[in-house]
Write a protein that binds this ligand. Structure first.
Ligand code: HEM
Length: 423
């Protein structure tokens, strides 16, 4: 159900009941709980399902400040609980596969150096030139189910599109891409837990990437991996291990996020018929302006990254008037900040034409999403093409029956059953 139609969050009144976090109900609609936290406990120490205690930051101003605060490190070694000083990105198996030296685990000056190198290869121009291929992939996926009259748009569409896209961009040969799809599927299904299958998948991917990097060094192409190998800054290059970790984080950061941008975005459109009709009319008239503002709004309204990845205080500091001790983990709740009424007018309303929409869905500061141009391209292409090719697309399940993944960092649907008239 649309939380816009839910009860108004109680404004700090005495009978405002404290919500339970991390339940099934919370996973399907966390927004009322986040409204409560913003109002009543905006920087709060919370025990997470894993047992780790972390500060949850839910107001927009505090969230934005925390994301840019260099005293909050991304390096898990700063965590005060050595037992937990391991992967905090939610990427399963990254530690055992020696993939920890990537952008989301490091601070300046290493972060600055690696980000500058990758930015030379992963340019907006490379993404713009990739647009026809994204369109082709999108159409091919729709072709596979268009005659059926029904589909699960997560498994048949939102899931494969980003993995094929990023594989293509990186330079993974087409014949190997289904292996990637399977490894990625294993990681998304069991994300977070040290299950044998996940560890095996990460190891296989790691081994494959090392070999691919080696091959591209000998025979460069015009793909992103070759670009990464070639990129140099003041004579500095990526080491083999840094290149593998970079390829891996590009795959990982660009995969489940985009699945959920498409999944959550479609779900929001299918449950807001008047907004969907506006978008369809604009697209039919050849106007892509509403598609562009609309994808940003879908990110704000129900974005894929519910909580930013982990940060750790390197020294005592204050956030929103709350004292944070050195070593404390801090989780910035992007989904809460992006519905803060102090920043957004009518935050629980989906308005595809929303202006002044400086949402935090891609983060903020030095770790701002490197893949935002690619995510926008994929999101816009996927949504516009589906609406155009399947004009009477509708949900084939009650919204209450849909299940959301209960992960900590990401927010997304397990399945999105739809029906439509075949052409
Ligand atoms: C970082 C969101 C798609 C690559 C981030 C961060 C967010 C984010 C919130 C910052 C995390 C933090 O500060 O803790 C998203 C969303 C996406 C998306 C919502 C889709 C809608 C992509 C894609 C790629 C990508 C397609 C690449 C192909 C990255 C990388 C970083 C990052 C490499 C780390 C940047 C750094 O630490 O300097 N993303 N992302 N993302 N994203 Fe994305």
């Amino acid at each position: 159900p649309d939380s816009a139609q839910g009860p108004e969050p109680t404004r700090g009144s005495a009978d405002a009941r404290e919500p339970e976090l991390f339940t099934w109900e919370f996973a399907s609609d966390p927004y009322p709980a986040y409204a409560w936290l913003r109002e009543n406990d905006p920087v709060r120490k919370q025990r997470l399902p894993s047992g780790v205690e972390a500060w949850l930051v839910t107001r927009y101003t505090d969230a934005k400040q925390a994301l840019a605060d260099q005293r909050l490190s991304k390096n898990p070694a700063h965590h005060d609980e050595p037992a937990h000083a391991k992967s905090k990105t939610g990427i399963p198996g990254e530690r055992s596969a020696n993939l920890m030296t990537h952008l989301l685990n490091i601070d300046p000056p290493d972060h600055t150096r690696l980000r500058r190198l990758v930015s030379k290869a992963f340019t907006p121009r490379r993404v713009a030139e990739f647009a026809p291929r994204v369109q082709e992939l999108t159409d091919q996926l729709i072709d596979r189910f268009v005659a059926e009259g029904s589909a699960d748009l997560i498994h048949e569409f939102a899931f494969p599109l980003p993995i094929y896209a990023i594989c293509d961009l990186l330079g993974v040969p087409r014949e190997d891409q289904d292996d990637f799809r399977d490894w990625a599927g294993m990681m998304i299904r069991h994300g977070g837990g040290p299950r044998g299958g996940v560890a095996r998948s990460v190891k296989k991917m790691r081994g494959y990437l090392a070999e691919l990097i080696h091959r591209k060094r000998l025979e460069p192409g015009d793909d992103l991996i070759s670009g990464l190998i070639k990129a140099s800054d003041h004579g500095e290059h990526l080491t083999e291990n840094e290149a593998a970790a970079m390829a891996f984080i590009l795959l990982f950061a660009g995969f489940e996020t985009t699945v959920n941008l498409i999944g959550n975005g479609l779900y929001a459109l299918l449950t807001h018929p008047e907004q969907r009709a506006r978008l369809e009319q604009a697209l039919a008239a050849g106007d892509t302006g509403l598609l562009e503002t609309g994808v940003e709004e879908l990110l704000r309204y129900d974005g894929p990254v519910e909580l930013a990845t982990w940060r750790f205080a390197t020294e005592p500091l204050r956030i929103g008037g709350q004292d944070i001790a050195a070593g404390d983990p801090v989780l910035v709740v992007l989904a809460a900040a992006d519905r803060d009424p102090a920043r957004f007018a009518e935050p629980d309303t989906l308005d595809l034409s929303r202006r002044d929409n400086q949402h935090l869905g891609y983060g903020h500061g030095i770790h701002y999403c490197l893949g935002a141009p690619l995510a926008r391209l994929e999101g816009q292409t996927a949504l516009a093409t589906l609406l155009r090719r399947l004009p009477d697309l509708q949900l084939a399940a009650e919204p209450d029956d849909l299940r959301w993944r209960g992960g900590l960092i990401m927010r997304g649907l397990r399945t999105l059953p739809v029906k439509f008239t075949t052409a």
